[in-house]
Design a protein around this ligand. Sequence first.
Ligand SMILES: *Cc1c(COP(=O)(O)O)cnc(C)c1O
Length: 374
Amino acid sequence: MIIEYHKHNISQEDISMAIIALQSTFISTGNTVKEFEDKFSKYTGIRHTVGLTSCTAALHLSLLALGIKSGDEVITTPMTFIATSNAILYTGATPVFVDVEPLTGNINADLIERVITPKTRAILPVHLYGHMCDMEKIRDIADRHGLFIIEDAAHALEAERREYRPGDLSDTACYSFYATKSITCGEGGALCTNNPTIAEDIRRLRMQGMTKSADDRYSKLYEHWDMSVLGWKYNMDNIKASLLINQIDHIRERWVRRLDICHYYEMMFYGDNIEYIRVLPYNKSARLMFTILVNPDKRDAILHGLQEKGVGVAVNYRAIHLLDYYRKRFGYKRGMFPIAESIGDRTISLPLYPQLTDNEVEYIVDSVKEVINE
Ligand SMILES: *Cc1c(COP(=O)(O)O)cnc(C)c1O
């Protein structure tokens, strides 16, 4: 049996939408992007959505729109994809890591206040694997210290914690439509905010800082544009937007199937004392990934053993502060964020997507048990 680590959900209907988009004259950022943005806002409940080329772009532009620059500090987690902390580096600011909670792998909100300095400007929590961080506690800390909050919601499209969703308690929430995310157009992203000024700034920043979009310039009598700020080239185009629009209608049913698979994994692994990252009470996890935690001395052998049985696997993630660039630039060493290190040394992600059959899920569980006990 061969079980891919991931399969995307792009349907014939999505492909038909892309064909329509390709056959129209205007294929860059226009009405289809607007249609996607409006529909995405309805889904998230956050007033403004700006379509971008990636979540990395959304994080970068969030930081810029909030005025974060060289010399500033932004508090984040070392247990995430490097996009999170790299986006901070793009602005010239310094990422300041805080260790994570052992059960969820999320930033430990109780450790945030002790690293706040006069240079701290923002907190950038990541809802790891789809489980929301303690946003109420983080909001409270941000209010007391006058800090911004940018959420990396790349895993958290379906997530809720008590009555809150991404974007409710922050300045911006950043989403990814990369190939392995719950809706995808290959590469893409979006920024959501309830603040109209931020939304307007981001629209300018995504397109070189131009004061008028191509759509404004050509859909009516020609108007000259100006450049008011230095922007980037991060605008989503109509082709990408056309692939995403219908996927929004299927988010829930796909989440329900992933949830069923996770419950099966949890039931089977719990009985066998195989550890996995937990979902705490009062949380609706987006269930984007399912990760087990194994003996660090055997992790790589287990990864390879699963691959030999035809089971696709991934490592999400090795702790960022131990990656070569971060070690060299900031002098990080093993022992500085022990919980993140421990997860990074022990984690294995298993396949989790709606097309998995019950047989395949059983095969994955049996393979994990066999390989671990070898
Ligand atoms: C995928 C991912 C990103 C980056 O998304 P892109 O759209 O590829 O830029 C950022 N943060 C996390 C946690 C991710 O998993």
